[in-house]
Structure formats: structure tokens, C-alpha cells
Design a protein around this ligand. Sequence first.
Ligand code: SF4
Ligand code: SF4
Length: 486
Amino acid sequence: MTSKSKIDIVVADATGSLYAKEPKVYPREIEGRFQRWRTIAVFWLLGMFYAFPWISIGGQQIVLFDLPARRFHVFGMTFWPQDFYLLTLLLIIAALSLFFFTAVAGRLWCGYACPQTVWTEVFLWMESKIEGDRNARMRLDKAPWSANKVWRKSAKQFVWITFALWTGFTFVGFFTPIRELGAEVMQGTLGGWESFWILFYGFATYGNAGYLREQVCKYMCPYARFQSAMFDRDTLVISYDETRGEPRGHRRRDTARFGPASAALEISNPLDTEVPAGQQRVLGDCIDCLACVQVCPTGIDIRKGLQIECIACAACIDACDAVMDKMEYPRGLIRYTTENALLGRPNRLLRPRTLIYAFILASVIGAFSWLVTARDAVIIEVLHDRNALFRTISQGAIENSYNVKLVNKTDADKLLSLRTESGLPLRMIGKPSVTLAPNEVFSLPLTLRADRGATSGRQPIEVLVLDDQGTVLARGKSHFFGPEEP
Ligand code: SF4
Ligand code: SF4
């Protein structure tokens, strides 16, 4: 830092606050092909969020994270604590997907799918419906308080708060059956924790999407900080084509942008393919209308180059394309492109980085799918009697007792029976069997007997659980104890 810049900062500190207040961003509404994709993403993602808790199949909510019962119900599958390694794999898949898509297409997640982006879109839409377009909102904020301002601001707050509370309620509905939750709300019997989480999540939605907006992306989101590590010269980014756009300036539509090759103002570049043969550019395609800046939800000017604040929402592409159409210039002054393409070099979609990410991602997805489909339908836990390792009965036979805990993880009744496997001549006393309802947990007593002299000390055994067809569904390990032979 130069001594001059230090002096500048000291002077600023002495005259003002320690930090500059962020000016409020008023993004202008925009239409265009990327905005349509963003709208589809909003409907699809929020549609899933708000609808899933209300859909039940066979009386079971299709997505329910039942923490007290330690079970997760997801699209007809029930996951138990024993399945939590799958959750780890799922998180690894999410992280690898982020790496892969970021390496290929930049901040796709930020622009189209991040909850912060999606809910901010909805809050902005509600704001624009109540307070008007960008200019009307700016005028309203600057205007002194009046009946019109009080009415519009109150209406906006009412709609925002209602929507935020509904969001909080829906969020809790993924953890508590939502219909029961709704009944508790209606009857005023909502529990303390549920009330807390509805208000907490509702408040987070209201604050983040209503007020913090782009500041979450700029200052709070860690992804914005490390995503550049996944970028390379072939990553798709949204860029302003400086070669084509400069020198920028206002002009009439019929103003000539190209002149004879001998023109005094010489701006020639071999990458500028728009220039007719024998001519050179005297005026760039950017008419400096600032439409791209006005639509930007983070309030930046993409013409200054790629910036960390850019969430790749592509609103500036739609805005600039509309301007290009009006000027009858080719679209794409701001576009999805790569650093290599802007430098006139070939693009490489298949490169070591993307191939490695794709390979690892496909492998983990494959392993996850196999593990999900090959999961045991039944959980078995064999607990040896803690009071006596063994007992000797008539004629010196040895008996061991066990408690076999069975869990039916499927959504259908299951008739289950037991069998043992070991190197010992063991007999099962009785025929332990039980019919378990879906997700039922049951403890079945089991007694095994060995003839005198047939066993000694501690011997490993396996207890098998079978369905009514005799198929082995799961195996549990334990031991058979007998007197130590000299
Ligand atoms: S919208 Fe296009 S023409 Fe207008 S200022 Fe931005 S880059 Fe230039
Ligand atoms: S610069 Fe363009 S793509 Fe980036 S955040 Fe702003 S409008 Fe979206």
C-alpha cells in the first residue's frame, strides 16, 4: 500500500464511519430466455419444497425426517440410523456435483438453484407487484411518508411475513407430520421447539430474502470464496466481450460503427469477427445504456470483468440481448463464454479436471445406488443374555439365551423366522417367528441348546433371519458359551 492510500484511508476514517454503507440495490425486472429458465427453476424447486410434505403414499408422508423415531422416510424408502453412511455418501455426491458443474459451467448453482437466489427472486417479485417497478420503488423509498407509502410498505410487510411464516411452517413439516403440525397450529397447541423453528426459519427467510439479499452472496457465502479454485480457462462464465463492445458510447441506431481501414480512430482486433472485410471498428457495440447494471441483483457492472460478486444469474445477458435487438446488432455482447474463447483459443470441455470429477462422481453415484437397492430389508441385532453366559440342564446339555431385536425396514408386513449357522451341533428351542408390520421393531427371545461335550468356551455363531419364502434377509453375529474343557 502506498503512503498516499494510507493517508486517504486515515482521512476517510476521521471524517466518516469505519465502513461504507452498502447502497440498496434495485434490480430492474427483465424478460428473456435465461429469465425464463430462472422462473422455471423457482417454480420447480419451491414447488417441491412446498408440496412434498403434503403428499402421502399409503398414509406415509413421502418426505419426513422423523428425528424422535430416528427414521427418515424418503420416497417410499425408510432410512434407519444404521443407514446413515448413505447420508455421508449423499453429502459427498452433493459436493462432487458442485465441483463438477462449477468446473464446467461456473456458478450455475448460485444463479439458478441456491435457496438464497430462489427465495430472493420470490421476495423481489412480491415487492415489485406491491411497490411497482424499479423506478417506482426508488421514488417510493425517497418520498416522505404518506398514506400511499404506509399502505404499500405495510402490504409488502404483511405478504413477506406471511410467506416467511409459511416457509418456516413447511420447513418444520419435513420433521413433524405436517398435517398434525397444521392441526396443532389451528388448535393453538403447538410445542415450544416447533414454534421456535417455525419462527427461526421464517425469520431467516424474511431477513435473507427481504433485506440481506446480495449481501449474503457477497459477504456471507463461503462458496463464493472458494469456487474460483474450481475455475480454469475453459470454465463457462458470463462475460462482456470487450473486443466487440469498446469504445462504448451513446449513439443513434443508424450511427456507423465501422469505417475504412484507414480511419484515424483505429480499433482493430482479429477476434472482432463482426467487422466487415476491409473495414475497422470505430465504435463498439456497447451503447452505455446501463441496462446490464440496472438488472444485476448484486449491483455490479459486468463490463469491468469477472467479479466475485457475480452470481451468474444471466440477467445482464437478457438485458443486453434486448438492447442489441433494438439496435439491430448481433446478440451476445454479454454472453456465456470462456476465457479461452474470448482469447480466440479452442475450448476444451473434456479436460483432466472435468474428467476426474466426472469419473469420481459417477463412481460414488453408482456405489450409492447399489447400496440403496441392496440394503437389508430387515435389521437384526443379537444380544446375548447378560445374566448368565450359559446354563447346564439335564444330562449335561448346555443352553444359551438371546434376545433377537428385529426391525422391518420395508413398507409391507413381513413374516420372519430365525435359523442359526455355526460349527456346532446347535438346536433351536421352539420355532421363533413373528409377523412384523412396516417399520415395526420387535424383540424375539431365542434359546439355543448343545449336547453335553459338544462345545466348550466361546464359539462364534450367526443368527439368520428368513422371510416366508426361506430367503435370508439379514445376519447377526454372536457367541455360544459353554464350560471350558480342561
Ligand atoms: S446492456 Fe449492453 S449495451 Fe447496455 S451498457 Fe450493458 S453492455 Fe452496454
Ligand atoms: S453481472 Fe450479470 S450474471 Fe453477474 S450477477 Fe450481475 S446480472 Fe447476474
